[in-house]
Design a protein around this ligand. Structure first.
Ligand code: URA
Length: 204
């Protein structure tokens, strides 16, 4: 029987596969529609996300909500997840071993939702998704805004862009994020094929 998002969430709640469980207030499995066409991926929970157990609810989340509106989407229309489900202390960068332990949850979530478009927020999410689909990642500055087409459960589009938090420090990046989020509407107009699983294409 195929799993659902709740099954994965229950496992994440009890997860102790890396050290990060020791520091968490709440883990942040991600949230949204089980059949969302758009799946957004961030890096890891920050302070407010750790407090609430929900993704993108701090300042970066406020900007993300604005960007979703530009794409004619609401949070309830999409799925929002992260590469790591627990907050790294002081928001430090994820360690490779943490990504390795945690990312199978994200892959399983992708396999349940089977989105048509994956929006990668920032370099961690982008490089993870590029690796997953065997694409070469040339850095977020070069890759952002270029939509890739990959074969997974069906034709899946991958849109790498900056992390909304980056625009909080460098306001000029907000325009770039707006430009990238405008592309979402175009992608959603494209036809959808029958959904398959990543395993059908040899990706575990
Ligand atoms: N930054 C992220 O990458 N993810 C969140 O959920 C919040 C901030």
């Amino acid at each position: 029987m195929s799993e659902c998002l709740k099954d994965i969430e229950r496992e994440i709640m009890n997860c102790r596969k890396c050290e990060l469980w020791k520091y968490r207030t709440k883990c942040v499995p991600g949230e949204g529609r089980e059949d969302a066409e758009v799946f957004l991926i961030g890096e890891a929970p920050g302070k407010e996300e750790d407090r609430q157990g929900r993704p993108f609810v701090g300042n970066a989340g406020k900007l993300l909500n604005e960007l979703l509106e530009i794409a004619n989407l609401k949070r309830g229309d999409v799925f929002i997840g992260n590469v790591l489900k627990c907050r790294p202390p002081n928001n430090r960068d994820p360690k490779p071993e943490e990504v390795e332990s945690c990312s199978p949850y994200l892959i399983r979530q992708l396999n349940v939702v089977k989105p048509k478009l994956i929006v990668c927020l920032g370099r961690y999410a982008s490089s993870f998704v590029f690796d997953l689909f065997g694409l070469k990642f040339d850095g977020i500055g070069k890759e952002r805004g270029k939509i890739r087409k990959v074969k997974a459960w069906n034709t899946v589009y991958v849109l790498p862009t900056y992390h909304p938090a980056a625009a909080l420090y460098k306001p000029q990046l907000k325009e770039v994020l707006v430009e990238d989020f405008r592309k979402i509407r175009e992608v959603l107009k494209k036809d959808t094929l029958k959904k398959k699983t990543l395993l059908d294409f040899g990706i575990e």
